[in-house]
Design a binder for this molecule. Structure first.
Ligand SMILES: NC(=O)c1ccc[n+]([C@@H]2O[C@H](COP(=O)([O-])OP(=O)(O)OC[C@H]3O[C@@H](n4cnc5c(N)ncnc54)[C@H](O)[C@@H]3O)[C@@H](O)[C@H]2O)c1
Length: 261
């Protein structure tokens, strides 16, 4: 087991990549506390993961990471349950797409509140705990390839993920130098509810072009990946001691869709 007795917080663990991460961590022996904003899905994930009979265990609490008060309260409860903290996997994120010239303040605030400030609040809360306990902790954030390549009809989403990349590189330097805390970013392309929802909203012409281009875009498989098969093992590696000398990196889990960064 690669994560035996590791104490881990996962945000956005109720579906998609986050739920696959919670499951993989528990299978590898970790004690996990995870959050999301949908209690029904959170409780269902908690029950399903704990029914696997693995050495680890998962506990769900509701937390909207866009609220600093909620994040601080969630981390306090999580640390009480876990008895400390070794790893934060901050997977939660949201998407809101429209033509660049039409973004409304409400949409921009939504993206910034969850993707940018949610990342900052959760990372700060984790770092305070690492520092207080003298833990050489680990933070994994979620950005996106679109932060590097651009995204037509998703400029503000791309911008919010660009902020996550820059923030992660900066804390990797600052908190690495101060406390040996390592911080990395994952850029995934995985078929999840977020991707399926996006596919439903795009205009038919864009959708047809997207589907026709998959084979060329993804050298491996000619399609986006699977959360449990393709992303969860990378999340295990990044949370484990095997990656202790990797920091400030962007790990693209995308079948080779982007090769330069
Ligand atoms: N799926 C992809 O191909 C892809 C591509 C690029 C980036 N990403 C990023 O990867 C991460 C995971 O994406 P996914 O596809 O699994 O998404 P998803 O929509 O399937 O799941 C997102 C998770 O985040 C949680 N969440 C949303 N808002 C929250 C909030 N305010 N507070 C707490 N939890 C919240 C949801 O409850 C859910 O558990 C996101 O940050 C996303 O932006 C995904």
């Amino acid at each position: 087991m690669q994560l035996e007795n590791k104490k881990i917080i996962v945000t956005g663990g109720t579906k998609g990549i986050g739920a696959a991460t919670v499951k993989a961590y528990v299978m590898e022996g970790a004690q996990v506390v995870f959050c999301g904003t949908n209690d029904e899905r959170g409780k269902a994930t908690e029950a399903a993961v704990n029914a696997l009979g693995a050495a680890g265990h998962a506990t769900y609490f509701r937390c909207d990471i866009s609220s600093k008060e909620a994040v601080d309260a969630f981390f306090a409860k999580a640390v009480e349950v876990l008895g400390g903290l070794d790893v934060l996997a901050n997977v939660a994120g949201v998407e809101a797409n429209c033509a660049a010239e039409s973004y409304a303040l409400e949409q921009m605030q939504f993206l910034m509140d969850v993707n940018v400030y949610g990342t900052v609040y959760t990372n700060q809360a984790a770092y305070k705990i690492f520092k207080a306990n003298g833990t050489e902790g680990c933070i994994i954030n979620y950005a996106s390839d679109v932060a590097m390549m651009g995204m037509p009809n998703g400029a503000m989403y791309a911008a919010s993920k660009g902020a996550v990349l820059s923030w992660t590189r900066s804390i990797a330097m600052e908190w690495g130098i101060e406390s040996n805390v390592r911080c990395n970013c994952v850029n995934p392309t995985i078929k999840t509810p977020m991707y399926e929802a996006w596919l439903k909203t795009v205009d038919p012409e864009v959708k047809a072009m997207h589907l026709a281009g998959l084979k060329r875009r993804y050298p491996i498989d000619g399609s986006m990946g699977d959360a449990e098969r393709d992303c969860a093992p990378v999340m295990v590696f990044l949370a484990s001691d095997a990656s202790r000398y990797i920091s400030g990196q962007v790990i693209c889990v995308n079948g080779g869709a982007t090769m330069v960064r």
